[in-house]
Design a protein around this ligand. Structure first.
Ligand SMILES: [Zn+2]
Length: 366
């Protein structure tokens, strides 16, 4: 019995909508999951999460195990309770962050220096499972090795082999029945290695499948065939999660290939830097032409910020450096992206997904 049951409810081409049921509640797909790296979505609190339409909020294992430590989070009843969030949570294994620190890697695990105090930390697939069991999210991810792109084929091959061996060890170590464990497919932009990695991960058998190591330097034209090659070998009855990808063009293309869920920090990062995502593209909210505009960021957006605030007001806050500007833009960008996923879900149900895909690409395929 899997701790996540996934039911596909409608399909349109390869795109699909569905409902996944976990031990603590269900979520609908296609789904965008905002990221609360260190226990909070930047500038938001748990009260905001439901208002922007979040169903799952991510936490980052690397950061949370260093500060405040997974033991402490466990004392509060796990990440969701610690953060006061009633919805679902997912923790990534920390692999992406650890590998960005250029750690010493061997077959048994990785050794890296903490960005907080410089201390040396040993991290293994088993330790990633143990820490994530303490963090207690509804879904946890195996520790994988994520090579930067472009990388030579032998580097991608080594990462694939390690990811596969570590996935088997993670599965053996995982013993929390109310928590799902997702495997991760690697393989760079090589279609054959993506297919092989998917097959080997599925042979081990996980509750769902992450596709990692994409959107790390390659073009979208390179990413999509690799993604398609992986999906071809993933089972229909398990959720598929494209990790760290969240630009509107990639979201709509990946859903078109059959991906169910996504996470990305782009929405809040752009918000903090004064950029809004809208149905007519990105724009800089600080631009002088917004100064006298008594219009929302996006007239088609259902979010609270667009219902209440004008471009002129947000532009003013940015001009004078009020932190509220970052908050309003972050809320809008997350809510706007979640609304895009909801529009995809409706389009799949109505059999007009390709129409929406082309509409989104006409604005965002740049
Ligand atoms: Zn909005």
């Amino acid at each position: 019995m899997h701790p996540v049951q996934f039911e596909v409810e409608a399909t349109d081409g390869a795109a699909r909508s569905g409902t996944a049921t976990t031990a603590n509640g269900s979520y609908t797909t296609p789904l965008f999951m905002p990221v609360g790296t260190r226990g909070a979505i930047k500038y938001l609190s748990a009260d905001d999460y439901a208002r922007v339409g979040a169903q799952i909020v991510l936490g980052n294992t690397y950061h949370l195990m260093l500060r405040p430590g997974s033991e402490l989070v466990a004392k509060f009843g796990g990440l969701g309770k610690f953060a006061g969030w009633d919805g679902l949570t997912l923790t990534d294994s920390g692999g992406f962050q650890v590998f960005s620190l250029e750690p010493k890697v061997d077959d048994a695990g990785v050794t890296f220096k903490s960005t907080y105090d410089g201390s040396t930390i040993r991290f293994t697939p088993e330790e990633a499972v143990r820490v994530q069991q303490e963090l207690g999210a509804d879904i946890q991810m195996v520790l994988d090795q994520c090579p930067p792109l472009p990388s030579p084929p032998d580097v991608v091959r080594t990462a694939l082999e390690r990811t596969s061996a570590w996935a088997a060890r993670a599965k053996a170590a995982h013993d929390r029945p109310d928590q799902a464990l997702f495997g991760i497919v690697q393989g760079g932009i090589s279609e054959s290695m993506r297919a092989e990695s998917a097959q080997r991960t599925v042979e081990l058998g996980f509750d769902g499948y992450g596709i990692g190591g994409l959107s790390v330097g390659e073009t979208r034209a390179e990413m999509l065939p690799a993604l398609a090659a992986a999906i071809e070998h993933l089972p229909d009855d398990r959720p598929r999660y494209l990790m760290g990808v969240g630009d509107p063009a990639s979201l709509v293309e990946a859903v078109g290939l059959g991906v169910d869920q996504f996470d990305c920090v782009m929405q809040t990062r752009l918000g903090r830097h004064g950029t809004a995502l809208t149905s007519t593209g990105r724009f800089q909210a600080k631009a002088a032409r917004n100064a006298e505009l008594d219009e929302p960021l996006d007239a088609n957006c259902p979010c609270d910020v667009c219902a209440r605030h004008s471009r002129g007001y947000i532009r003013h806050l940015l001009q004078v450096g009020e932190p509220t500007a970052s908050r309003l833009l972050s809320i809008h960008n997350v809510a706007w992206t979640i609304d895009l996923m909801n529009r995809m879900r409706s389009a799949i149900e109505a059999g007009r997904f390709d129409e929406l895909r082309r509409e989104v690409l006409s604005v965002w395929d740049t």
